[in-house]
Design a protein around this ligand. Structure first.
Ligand code: NAG
Ligand code: NAG
Ligand code: NAG
Ligand code: NAG
Length: 356
């Protein structure tokens, strides 16, 4: 059993790619003593300790920083089928790409959008084709209503991605999270408008859009400028987190993304955290990036669990979460984008969900 665990657990650390640097045994021994990888460099990367007499698979680090940016702040992310992560930057109109399975992997600029300041929500609208929200939104409250548009980034061709505008949505106020429809029409994405308190429906094939529906349960509450934020579709409903109201809820939608029933609140945050964007696991549990420093799991029954660990790992304003892709282990690894705080810029954080 332990032996079987070795290769999949070690693969993300790049051991197999660098067989000459260390013996497998040395790295197995080192892992527990290098819990946090800052700036992509493990502390003891240079001088490995002598190998122990007996090898035992270590408890691997459940939460670690995969990449620390110097000045970019992250708002959202999505995994490609090959496992790479597409990162939305909020203080520049840029998308970066990062391979989370390689040790010390460096983010590479994928695209920079003209005439806007930020990238936000992402959704995969066809295999390896992504829709991305772009607009002027650098800080909560300092966005420009009417500046938002949705673009497609086609990564199916080699070399540079094919980028085109799907639609500008001048009537939108503050576009944020986006989702495709799980089991629904592949033409449709829904996009959260955090200030109007609405879901916009966009046909990514035709570029036609309209406000699908709004609700008092989607608006922001006094004090916080952001209402509905992260959205995901699962089994006939759209699930959402409302940052300002501190609520998690769902609304049934049709195959085409039309309103199909009452908005239902499933949970209310019971601490002073603020919910942002999230991903859902195969059982329908939401894993939500929570300001200022937490990852929380919320079940469909509304049971909440703070999954940040014992407090030894400090997150800097996580903004979204996505499960990895490309291998069984990646599918259980949750990646978080983080905006950063006064001392850190943006981060990409990896969480081994089976260890927390
Ligand atoms: C968005 O920001 C860009 C860059 O600062 C600016 O050129 C553009 O006019 C802004 N758009 C709107 C609608 O304000
Ligand atoms: C989206 O637009 C395409 C092209 O006009 C159309 O064929 C398709 O039926 C539309 N999809 C939906 C769900 O309305
Ligand atoms: C929502 O945020 C906007 C922009 O900050 C603000 O003008 C509005 O009053 C807020 N709405 C509520 C209900 O607090
Ligand atoms: C979750 O736990 C972390 C680590 O103990 C703590 O820093 C954070 O404040 C908690 N957050 C919430 C929202 O409960």
């Amino acid at each position: 059993m332990l032996t079987l665990l070795f290769v999949p657990l070690l693969a993300p650390f790049g051991v197999l790619a660098r067989p000459t640097s260390f013996s497998l045994g040395q790295l197995v021994f080192q892992l527990p003593s290098s819990p946090v990888v800052e700036n992509g460099v493990a502390e003891n990367d240079v001088t490995p300790p002598p190998p122990p007499a007996f090898q035992v698979a270590p408890p691997t680090t459940p939460i670690r920083v995969l990449h620390q940016f110097d000045d970019l702040r992250l708002e959202n992310l999505h995994a490609r089928s090959n496992g790479e992560l597409i990162l939305s930057v909020i203080n520049k109109p840029m998308l970066y790409i990062l391979d989370p399975t390689k040790q010390n992997s460096k983010p590479v600029l994928l695209h920079e959008f003209p005439g806007v300041t930020a990238c936000l929500g992402q959704a995969e609208i066809a295999p390896d084709v992504f829709a991305v929200v772009a607009g002027n939104w650098t800080e909560p409250g300092s966005h420009t209503p009417g500046s938002f548009s949705v673009w497609s980034i086609d990564l199916t061709t080699r070399g540079k991605p094919k980028v085109k505008q799907i639609a500008a949505l001048p009537e939108a106020n503050a576009l944020n999270g986006m989702t495709t429809l799980h089991g629904g029409s592949p033409d449709i994405v829904l996009i959260a408008d955090s200030v109007l308190g609405a879901l916009w429906k966009l046909n990514v094939t035709s570029g036609e859009y309209k406000m699908a529906f709004d609700s008092p349960l989607f608006v922001n509450s006094t004090g916080a400028p952001i209402g509905i934020n992260g959205i995901r579709s699962y089994s006939g409903s759209v699930y959402f987190f409302n940052s300002g109201q501190g609520t998690y809820g769902r609304v049934p939608v049709t195959y085409d993304g039309e309103w199909a029933g009452e908005v239902q609140i499933l949970a209310r945050i019971d601490t002073d955290g603020s919910w942002d964007d999230f991903d859902m696991d195969w059982e329908g549990n939401a894993w939500v990036a929570t300001h200022q420093a937490a990852l929380m799991e919320v079940t469909v029954e509304g049971k909440m669990r703070n999954t940040t660990g014992d407090g030894t790992f400090s997150m800097a304003n996580p903004t979204s979460a996505r499960f990895g892709r490309g291998s069984k282990e990646e599918e259980k690894t949750l990646y978080l984008s983080a905006a950063g705080d006064q001392t850190h810029a943006g981060q990409v954080i990896a969480v081994k969900t089976w260890l927390i």
